[in-house]
Ligand binder design. Structure first.
Ligand SMILES: [Zn+2]
Ligand SMILES: [Zn+2]
Length: 406
């Protein structure tokens, strides 16, 4: 029996948990060493009973390269994937995971602050260009008036992108250009807003600046994920997040950091850091009452010189399992255990492969006016050659449009 096997045998009383982690294999100059305590996208199957959560953005309304604005991806062993908020910069992280856009068509918005939906256009149009053949669907709350609801926001987004939509009509799969809104009542208290394929998602009100914000709870296969979006501690969260497996709740930068690093006036720092948002001590108190298997704090600057203050605040009121979130962490959740690791990804990725090509109705395509066409330079010799070589290589017979009209 090798030393390694002796170690495993000696730990049998603790069960499979021990055999799955941190049993270092004997180093070899030629063999790969598995289990490097990191997650490399597209190298691990999602097991049928497993939930995989990835933090795409964890920081603030302002932009910084190290942390995008809030967004969490939840992947389930049944193949379903859900995005909770899609803040500015998150779409780039999402692309690094190399998941085809056809599988990323369900977005749940907790509220309509820019830092929680800033990259919705990138996901939407990016998906269209990358041949998403299904509509992008958005679930989001109503507001105190129509003009503050998700439907109003998405209608406005479509208007903002009207020219973009027109240019791509007839050039990409029409369904992939669609944006479908499911607006639900923000006052629903643990109301089901999504139920399909064994997955249930409920919403409950959040307390954040104005009427409208909500938090979400996802249940599937005996596992649960709760996402606060933004909120001050509230009675709904304390009740409906109770005993969930992974509970993600905002935990804002400290009032001191708002004053000293950002030059906030004290009065505004207290308003933003301890009224509109949840300060670390209050986050800890929430988790002590909710008692998750894993508490996740996000919405702060997670640097070497700020994280200690956040941790100190949280530990005043909570001593349970905790992750101080930063971008691109992964939580692998099963009934037996929750592993937390860093995602290691290639910054030079190409877009994810197309799942299906789909039908494109080219008759919908509108071309330039005669005025613009008259400006086309006669490059027919060069362009014809590109077409000829390509047609020969792929056995096609495609003709140029612009040079033909000259
Ligand atoms: Zn907000
Ligand atoms: Zn926020």
């Amino acid at each position: 029996m090798s030393i390694q096997n002796t170690v495993v045998y000696g730990c049998l009383v603790v069960g499979i948990l021990i055999t799955n982690i941190a049993i270092a294999q004997a180093p070899s100059p030629v063999k790969a060493t598995p289990n490097r305590a990191a997650y490399f996208p597209q190298t691990e199957d999602l097991k049928p009973d497993e939930m995989r959560i990835i933090s795409l953005g964890t920081a603030m309304p302002f932009q910084r390269p190290a942390q995008a604005a809030p967004s969490f991806l939840v992947e389930l062993g049944n193949g379903d994937k859900f995005l909770f908020d899609i803040g500015t910069g998150a779409a780039e992280r999402l692309a690094a995971l190399q998941i085809p856009y056809n599988y990323l068509n369900k977005v749940f918005l907790g509220h309509l602050h820019a830092d929680h939906m800033g990259d919705l256009p990138a996901l939407w149009v990016g998906g269209t260009i990358n041949n998403r053949t299904v509509p992008l669907e958005i679930w989001g709350p109503s507001g105190s008036e129509d003009q503050y609801g998700t439907k109003y926001a998405i209608d406005g987004l479509k208007e903002f992108y009207n020219w973009d939509i027109a240019t791509r009509r007839g050039a990409f799969v029409a369904a992939g250009q669609e944006l479908i809104v499911h607006e639900f009542d923000y006052r629903g208290e643990n109301k089901i807003i999504y139920e399909e394929n064994g997955v249930t998602i409920r919403s409950f009100p959040a307390v954040h600046a104005f009427d409208g914000p909500v938090s979400f709870r996802l249940d599937w296969n005996g596992l649960s994920f709760v996402f606060s979006s933004d909120t001050f501690p509230n009675k709904w969260f304390l009740e409906y997040a109770k005993n969930a497996d992974v509970v993600v709740h905002e935990c804002f930068v400290t009032v001191d950091d708002l004053v000293n690093r950002m030059n906030f006036p004290v009065e505004r720092a207290l308003l933003v850091g301890a009224q509109v948002h949840t300060p670390p001590e209050a986050f800890g108190k929430v988790m002590s009452m909710v008692k998750p298997r894993m508490a996740v704090a996000y919405h702060f600057i997670n640097d070497f010189d700020t994280a200690p203050n956040i941790l100190e605040g949280i530990r005043q009121t909570y001593d349970g399992p905790l992750t101080l979130a930063k971008d691109m962490l992964v939580w692998n959740v099963t009934k037996d255990k929750i592993d937390v690791r860093e995602v290691v990804y290639n910054e030079n990725v190409w877009t994810a492969p197309i799942v299906e090509r789909g039908e494109i109705d080219t008759s919908l395509r509108e071309s330039e006016s005669d005025f613009i066409k008259a400006g086309v330079a006669d490059f027919s010799d060069v362009i014809s050659d590109v077409y000829r070589r390509t047609n020969e290589k792929y056995g096609t017979d495609v003709k140029p449009e612009l040079t033909d009209s000259q």
